[in-house]
Ligand binder design. Structure first.
Ligand code: UDP
Length: 234
């Protein structure tokens, strides 16, 4: 498969059109951004690590019967994916209180939620990705009621598979963000699953192993991503 035109460049990835109308090439960049892009650095190896971690985790989900856009890894920082029409919503699953939830609701950091919380956010940088109720998602025509139900069900299924897999490797899945798209009417999981889009904490020490190391200037940013890759590929 050959890259033809870059169709979309985001903060961390470039999506290329290819000579196959059904497929795209997703290239992971070395850029690290936080706080709506106001904090930005280029970090060597980040694209490679996120491509490898995402490839492993999408492969795992496929093995467990969850449909994703992942087709194959074709280079150190690129994967072939199905071409989807992306919905303009982000789905966040929270097992443990962290980040914006703590800031917004004053819940104590580290509080465990059982069952996990499912949230929807509008994908809109200008509006700073505001949180949405399911009614907002429907009223704004961002997804049909059936798609809302399917996204919730799929996101919770992803949570079970990833939480179990990671806990066997000494990683606690605190929270994560998913994006879905459609192909021929079918809802399919897209985007990436990496330490940029998930919170991973070491199960025994509580050490942060994700993008919060960058957000909070904790140091050891790529060392943590390397450790995640080592554990998910073991
Ligand atoms: N997240 C993401 N992209 C976004 C917003 C959030 O990948 O645009 C991920 C984030 O890495 C975390 C989870 O979704 O794993 C929940 O993020 P939160 O709402 O706590 O926001 P943040 O603390 O990043 O502001």
């Amino acid at each position: 498969m050959k890259k033809t035109t870059p169709l979309y460049e985001g903060k961390a990835k470039i999506l290329w059109e290819t000579d196959s109308s059904d497929h795209m090439i997703q290239a992971f960049k070395n850029d690290a951004t936080a706080f709506d892009g106001t904090k930005h650095e280029v970090v060597e190896e980040k694209g490679i690590l996120n491509n490898k971690i995402s490839s492993h985790l999408f492969g795992l989900l496929e093995d467990e019967g969850i449909r994703t856009h992942f087709v194959e890894t074709i280079s150190e920082n690129e994967m072939v994916v199905l071409r989807l029409d992306m919905l303009k919503v982000e789905v966040v699953i929270r097992n443990v209180a962290a980040g914006s939830l703590v800031r917004r609701l004053g819940v104590k950091e580290g509080t465990r939620f059982d069952p996990p919380i499912v949230e929807f956010y509008l994908k809109d940088d200008v509006l700073h990705d505001p949180i949405l109720s399911e009614e907002h998602v429907r009223a704004l025509d961002l997804a049909t009621p059936e798609q809302v139900d399917t996204m919730k069900r799929e996101a919770l299924a992803v949570n079970v598979v990833l939480s179990n897999f990671l806990s066997q490797r000494g990683i606690d899945l605190v929270d994560f963000k998913l994006e879905f798209g459609t192909k021929n009417g079918e809802l399919i999981l897209g985007d990436e699953i990496s330490p940029d889009t998930c919170r991973f904490h070491d199960s025994s020490t509580g050490e942060i192993m994700d993008k919060d190391r960058f957000r909070q200037d904790l140091g050891g940013f790529m060392e943590a991503y390397h450790e995640v890759l080592n554990r998910v590929s073991s």
